[in-house]
Design a binder for this molecule. Structure first.
Ligand SMILES: [Zn+2]
Length: 319
């Protein structure tokens, strides 16, 4: 009974989260990278990572989510838990849990912006301004924590969850870009100030922004059909993406451990493909823009999953 209650409570937590506006890849994006990472890991690495995650501090609720996945085969339960885990860093934004929110949520760990302005279609980097956000700094730090044998499991558990989340976020081009324009002289907050809906006062609770367009791109292109389980949905999406971008085809581009390079790739895509010449404010992007955006996003999600999985394998697999 207690178990059932907890399970309901946990799913209502997840549900509350889903109803919030998306920030960073939305939860579908993060689950895709989690799922792909899991596929890259050996049984030994999987066991070790799950063991550590379950030692997470109780008040973080990270370990408690394990309870929500069952009863079913142990393998399925672990995979589903691991797949969901990269979304923990967004779940803890929830203000209905103020203690957890204050202790664990860090909004500026989700991005690492280079400030720039567009001059004749090229990027001019604004050098007299510190990069925005701690994403890259934290990703490097968490990599060290994961490799440090002297770090206790509870701290390492949080580091795994943050590593998976930030590693995913920094593959979203707009999490690396702060574009300055006359309209946005201090930067556009990763496209959050760039509207794709008509100018004027908001008509609904949330605005249709360029940032949201990129964050939520998978769910809009492959809508979730309620008739099937989330796991079936992820199976389907991941299979099609990893078929298009096989491990073999990208394995020479993984640059494991080179986190500045991961971010730089995203930034270059922000310049070339996010703010491409046919993008305009206050209107729906063209069909061609949408198609290209989806193609770019698929590749970013897949390569993020491969990179994160291979890194965890390197650290936690049998040497
Ligand atoms: Zn995020």
């Amino acid at each position: 009974m207690a178990h059932r209650f907890l399970k309901c409570a946990l799913f209502s937590l997840l549900f509350c989260f889903v109803a919030l506006p998306a920030r960073g890849w939305d939860d579908v994006g993060h689950k895709i990278t989690g799922y792909i990472a899991w596929q890259r890991m050996s049984p030994a690495a999987r066991e070790e990572v799950i063991r550590i995650l379950r030692k997470a501090p109780e008040d973080s609720h990270l370990s408690a989510f394990y309870m929500a996945y069952g009863p079913q085969s142990d393998d399925v339960r672990k995979r589903e838990y691991f797949t969901m885990m990269p979304t923990w860093a967004d779940i803890i934004r929830d203000r209905d849990f103020p203690v957890r929110q204050k202790k664990y949520h860090r909004s500026n760990w989700h991005y690492s912006d280079t400030f720039w302005r567009q001059v004749n279609g090229k990027a001019e980097i604004i050098t007299d301004k510190e990069p925005g956000g701690q994403g890259l700094v934290k990703l490097v730090e968490f990599d060290k924590v994961l490799r440090d044998a002297s770090v206790a499991d509870p701290e390492k558990a949080l580091a795994i969850a943050w590593f998976m989340h930030i590693g995913g976020d920094l593959h979203q081009p707009l999490h690396t870009s702060g574009r300055h324009t006359d309209r946005e002289p201090n930067g556009d907050q990763g496209g959050n100030l760039f509207l794709l809906e008509p100018d004027g006062p908001p008509t609904g609770e949330y605005r249709y922004t360029l940032h949201w367009f990129w964050d939520s791109i998978v769910g809009r292109n492959i809508p979730f059909n309620d008739a099937r389980s989330e796991q079936d949905y992820l199976d389907h999406v991941v299979r099609s993406m990893t078929h298009r971008y096989t491990f073999e085809s990208v394995k020479d581009d993984l640059k494991l451990g080179d986190y500045p390079a991961w971010r730089q790739e995203s930034f270059e895509l922000a310049v070339s493909d996010v703010f491409s010449s046919d993008l305009a404010r206050f209107k729906e992007p063209s069909d061609e823009y949408r198609r290209n955006a989806y193609r770019v996003s698929e590749r970013r999600l897949v390569i993020a999953g491969y990179r994160l999985g291979e890194t965890l394998e390197q650290i936690f697999g049998k040497k």
